[in-house]
Design a protein around this ligand. Structure first.
Ligand code: NDP
Length: 497
């Protein structure tokens, strides 16, 4: 399906290709500044209607949308797989995880966001205090290509459930997935509450500047900085979900088979193109050799590309060069390739690479590689592992493997990241109630969970005076008697520390 709405101003078009064989898929408009403005204007009108539907009305529409997507899931799976090159099984899992979040957001919006009474406190006994969460209006969602459904829907589902209209600018590599989603929306709702503006970075820039009330950006840290600078022009609030350099710590008492399974899944799955993928492993010295051997054993069984692929080609062709640069730098600086190496990097397809003893100042340790590679470095203690894990500019996810529950929890508490998994990786991704987001260069703000719903809402406080106060302090004609009482009360109320 091609986006050809009459009133979209289209400067030009572009054609997507299947990363597996370069076959052209479909042409899409590059929506320009005027086109984006028209879409956003329509979204503002739809936003008022959508907000007026209330929680129950919105929940019904979101439920119908979810069902329409689920009934035709194979169509979406085929679209995702064709645009990204990932195996259909991976795309199917992506759809299942995403619909779980849509369901959670739709069902929890009312209990999380509805107006509730809060305690006013002893001195304010004459105030009925309440807080409610109102939608911003129109949220501009800008998404990446690696999980073209799950990732933007983390913003879209929660923004819609909170009562906002959404204009979604997908990555230029995966517009078909976005258009498919919007098509399903149109089947269940005749208002433009969810619209798509396809195009390139320029379309994203136009969206940020088009008068949206909030921007939800997911992508690289470098682009997030540009988006944030643009948001500053209009003081538009931003939630930024950026890259990561996740560390996985393996304690000497860990189940090494389980740890190795998860290392390979977290590092190589989706060809390593996962923001919360495993990029670095810090393993305690007594088990380092055994863990490395188990990781290599599993990496050897991976089928990169082809008929029964474990993972497909790099979706973004230039990412293969990033992998190559990081591997070359790691080897030049004294690291060892224990499996694969520079020869593993093809034009589009990268076979698994396991590096060991890579200096901590090398690119493969400091910067996001986003390929099917992993660095395994040996440490003397968990303290050293935590110190190294925390030493990058990123702070998205982290993992700990240990049989000691106390050690696991204590280590999780010391890791500077938005999410930590213990004895798994990505274990949080399907849990609707868990907020997701990063710290440091990995961004700020949260999607998913109650915090995700509040991220797309603005709190409004109401204090209703129910009777006259005993002490009349909110007056320019305060009495000496009342002020005398305040002076007496102050140490009683606050003087005890
Ligand atoms: P980019 O930062 O290159 O692009 C992200 C989106 O921003 C794309 O839609 C892009 O459009 C658009 N864009 C580019 N320039 C601008 C601009 N100046 N103003 C507004 N929008 C703009 O990221 P990728 O698409 O390459 O995605 C990979 C990155 O995303 C990785 O770093 C990964 O870690 C991160 N990511 C983070 C996640 C998280 O939840 N924390 C989840 C998934 C990925 P176009 O593509 O058309 O250029």
């Amino acid at each position: 399906m091609t986006l050809t709405s009459d009133d979209q101003s289209v400067a030009t078009t572009y054609t997507t290709v299947d990363p597996r064989d370069g076959t052209p898929i479909e042409s899409y408009p590059v929506v320009d500044v005027a086109g984006v403005a028209a879409i956003v204007e329509r979204a503002h009108e739809a936003a008022a209607w959508w907000a007026g539907l209330g929680f129950a009305g919105r929940r019904r529409v979101l439920g119908a949308w979810k069902a329409a997507i689920a009934r035709d899931a194979q169509g979406l799976v085929a679209t995702i797989s064709r645009e990204t090159g990932k195996p259909e099984g991976d795309a199917l899992l992506e759809v299942m995880l995403t619909l779980g979040h849509l369901d959670w957001a739709a069902k929890h919006a009312e209990p999380v966001l509805r107006r509730r009474r809060v305690k006013a406190g002893l001195m304010n006994y004459n105030q009925h205090a309440s807080v409610g969460y109102e939608p911003y209006g129109v949220v501009g969602v800008i998404g990446p290509w690696n999980y073209p459904f799950y990732t933007p829907m983390g913003s879209i589902s929660y923004a819609l459930a909170a009562g906002n209209a959404v204009v979604f600018k997908p990555s230029e590599l995966t517009p078909g997935t976005a258009v498919w989603i919007a098509g399903k929306w149109a089947e269940v709702c005749d208002r433009p509450v969810l619209q798509v503006a396809t195009g390139d970075g320029g379309t994203g820039r136009a969206l940020v500047a088009a008068g949206v009330d909030k921007v939800a950006f997911t992508g690289s840290t470098a682009t997030a900085k540009r988006v944030m600078a643009a948001c500053a022009e209009t003081l538009t609030p931003l939630v930024a979900e950026c890259g990561g350099k996740d560390a996985l710590i393996v304690a000497r008492d860990a189940d090494l088979d389980a740890a190795a399974d998860f290392v390979v899944f977290g590092a190589m799955g989706n060809a390593g193109q996962t923001c919360v993928g495993v990029e670095r492993v810090y393993v305690e010295q007594p088990v380092a050799e055994a863990l490395t051997a188990k990781v290599v054993e599993r990496a050897k069984r991976i089928q990169a590309g082809g008929e029964s692929a474990t993972y497909g080609p790099m979706t973004l062709p230039s990412q293969a060069q990033v992998v190559s640069r990081h591997v070359a730098d790691a080897l030049e600086k004294g690291g060892t390739a224990v499996y694969g190496g520079l020869d593993s990097v093809g034009d589009r397809l990268v076979t698994p690479i396991v590096l060991a003893d890579v200096p901590e100042d090398s690119d493969a340790v400091c910067h996001e590689t986003f390929g099917p590679t992993v660095v395994i470095n040996t440490v003397a203690s968990i303290d050293e592992a935590v110190e190294r894990a925390n030493a990058t500019d990123y702070g998205l996810g982290a993992s700990v493997f240990t049989r000691d529950t106390h050690l696991g929890e204590a280590t999780a508490a010391r890791l500077r990241s938005g999410v930590v998994t213990i004895n798994s990786v990505l274990g949080f991704a399907a849990v609707g109630a868990l907020p997701f987001g990063g710290v440091k260069g990995s961004g700020f703000g949260r999607i998913h969970g109650a915090d995700g719903l509040r991220e797309f809402s603005t709190p409004k406080s109401i204090a209703r005076q129910t009777r006259k106060a005993a002490l009349n302090l909110l007056s320019l004609e305060r009495s000496d008697r009342d002020m005398h009482l305040v002076a007496k009360l102050l140490p009683i109320l606050h003087g005890k520390g």
